[in-house]
Design a protein around this ligand. Structure first.
Ligand code: AP5
Ligand code: MG
Ligand code: ZN
Length: 215
């Protein structure tokens, strides 16, 4: 299964991806996670990405397409993969079409998480992540058993440096102007499924799982 997650910042792409990976055991390719790893490793791609990410702007297409192309050509993606946060522009979607054609793995499904804009900032401001395994929590919606400590691995929880009101505003603008046109791009092909992502994490996953079982 080759799947894309679409949805604004805070809609639950990462949270739902973790649940899918746990059940279906396919690689989770999150460009945001890849850039954050590159930033902490201090690579040249990381240094370039950091300038844009902190302020909430999109990283340039050429940099983003190059890291995804390299990742998708690895053997573990042959059986399928889950793209979270890519593509985010029409240029990236067109590049992905070319990569898929070269690799012979067409995109089968696009899951579009639909959320009322008002719900997004509280979700993002309350988000905490594990420094060690990357697991996602929320201070009230999905809290860890012990405050500040990851349930899965005992790692310390932290807040992303772009999870503040100013950067979130810029990320939303980028989403509406550059990413939301992708809903039409994939709907025209009949592969885009809208999911009401305002419900609980478990209810959203139940709906997604129903669709995945039919793939
Ligand atoms: P990225 O890391 O992808 O951030 P984003 O798109 O802004 O999305 P988020 O990760 O903030 O939200 P999410 O949908 O994953 O929500 P989550 O599941 O965590 O990108 C970061 C930056 O990298 C970009 O700004 C850009 O600079 C760069 N970048 C990345 N990809 C790029 C690309 N393709 N091109 C160019 N630049 C790129 O959930 C959020 C919170 O809500 C959590 O606390 C969670 O516990 C909670 N929650 C989740 N679901 C529910 C629910 N159903 N009910 C209640 N709470 C919930
Ligand atoms: Mg995410
Ligand atoms: Zn952890």
């Amino acid at each position: 299964m080759h799947i894309i997650f679409l949805g604004p910042p805070g809609s639950g792409k990462g949270t739902q991806s973790d649940l899918i990976v746990e059940k279906y055991n396919i690689p989770h390719i999150s460009t945001g996670d890849m850039f954050r790893a590159a930033v902490s490793e201090g690579t040249s791609a990381g240094k370039e990405a950091q300038k844009y990410m902190k302020a909430g702007h999109l990283v340039p297409d050429a940099v983003t397409i190059a890291i995804v192309k390299e990742r998708l050509s690895k053997d573990d993606c042959k059986k399928g993969c889950l793209l979270d946060g890519f593509p985010r522009t029409i240029a990236q979607a067109k590049a992905l079409d070319e990569i898929c054609q070269e690799l012979g793995h067409p995109i089968q499904l696009v899951i579009n998480l639909v959320v009322d804009e008002k719900a997004l900032l509280p979700r993002i401001e309350g988000r905490r992540l594990c420094k060690v395994c990357g697991a996602t929590y929320h201070l009230t919606n999905n809290p860890p058993k012990v405050a500040g400590v990851c349930d899965k691995c005992g790692g310390e929880l932290y807040q992303r440096n772009d999870d503040n009101a100013k950067s979130v505003h810029t990320r939303m603008q980028a989403y509406y102007s550059q990413t939301s046109p992708l809903i039409d791009y994939y709907s025209c092909r009949g592969i885009c499924k809208n999911i009401d992502a305002l419900r609980s994490i478990e209810e959203v996953f139940k709906d997604i799982d129903k669709i995945l079982r039919k793939l």
